[in-house]
Ligand binder design. Structure first.
Ligand SMILES: [Zn+2]
Length: 102
């Protein structure tokens, strides 16, 4: 007997798919901080800008309301993690700051 898996998609899986579909712009604004803008909103994109904090190659928190009220990672955290180059850039800027402090 095969298991019926369709129609039982979890909210986390839904969030992951939205993270892949929607169009985001990324800016590394500080060490371990990535500014993310959801360009799917067109002219209203400026109202959908959030800061995602990364640590040890993982997106750990986001400034959006969903991150506070929903379990698991929000779509912004997932979108940042999907962008390997952005994760590397955020970590690299951290290394540079660490060197500057020595
Ligand atoms: Zn978020």
């Amino acid at each position: 007997m095969s298991k019926a898996t369709s129609g039982t998609e979890s909210s986390i899986e839904r969030t992951e798919r939205r993270a892949q579909w929607e169009s985001f712009a990324f800016t590394v604004s500080a060490a371990n901080v990535v500014k993310i803008e959801n360009q799917s909103y067109g002219d209203e994109s400026a109202e959908h800008r959030y800061l995602v904090n990364v640590a040890d190659g993982e997106a750990v928190s986001c400034s959006c309301p969903a991150d506070e009220y929903h379990p698991g990672k929000c779509k912004h955290c997932l979108a940042v993690e999907n962008e390997t180059a952005v994760m590397q850039a955020a970590s690299a800027s951290n290394d540079e700051l660490a060197e500057a402090c020595q």
